[in-house]
Design a protein around this ligand. Structure first.
Ligand code: FES
Ligand code: FES
Length: 207
């Protein structure tokens, strides 16, 4: 029997992918993450938060964000829908395409597959925080200079993955670029130019 979509505005596959993500994440980390937001009691154990909204504090691009969200909300949705940080995109919403790539505590992460509540206490960086006023980050500039995009939908994720790469390897080899960006997909097929852009970046300090 066909599954009935309760919200006609919302594509049905989004609901399905969310269920898959929670299944993949497993119950234990979800409970641990949710419980971590509550106050532990020595006798009764951790306070369970949710399923309603709960206060969640995030450190994003060096600024503190106080949100009131359901514990099941992903980091990507929390930042895009509740904090107006829409630079990173939602492509597959299931940890495949890399459009949502952010840097959490120095490492790339798919924000569509990370719960916001789990990211509390961590340094979160999104593409929105890279430029300094009108001056682009060297990675953003390299993508522009090498014309490394077509539709641009994958670009924020590739840019963030490249930032993490060049902060680790300031002059990456083509092999290091391939490996560093292998979690991202460009459906327009601009891989050659993305490779060129990533290998041409100069002036990023080691992270
Ligand atoms: S939207 Fe997160 S990996 Fe595709
Ligand atoms: S530029 Fe269109 S998906 Fe990469």
């Amino acid at each position: 029997m066909a599954h009935k979509n309760k919200d006609p505005e919302k594509p049905e596959h989004i609901d399905r992918s969310r269920r898959n993500f929670l299944k993949t994440a497993g119950v234990a980390p979800l409970v641990a993450g949710v419980a971590g937001a509550g106050v532990a009691d020595a006798q009764t154990g951790p306070t369970i938060v949710g399923p309603g909204t709960a206060p969640v504090q995030l450190l994003v691009n060096g600024k503190r964000l106080n949100l009131n969200i359901e514990p099941r909300m992903t980091l990507l949705n929390a930042l895009r829908n509740k904090a107006d940080l829409t630079g990173n995109k939602r492509g597959c919403d299931r940890g495949v395409c890399g459009a949502c790539t952010m840097i959490i505590d120095g490492k790339t992460a798919y924000s569509c597959s990370t719960l916001a509540i789990e990211a509390q206490g961590k340094q979160i960086r999104t593409v929105d925080g890279l430029a300094n006023g009108a001056t682009l980050h060297p990675v953003q500039q390299a993508f522009c200079d090498r014309d490394a995009l077509m539709c641009g939908f994958c670009t924020p994720g590739f840019v963030m993955a490249t930032v993490a790469l060049v902060e680790k390897y300031p002059n990456p080899t083509p092999a290091q670029v391939k490996r560093g960006l292998d979690g991202n997909i460009c459906r327009c097929g601009t891989f050659t130019r993305i490779m060129e852009a990533a290998t041409s970046v100069k002036g990023v300090a080691r992270g």
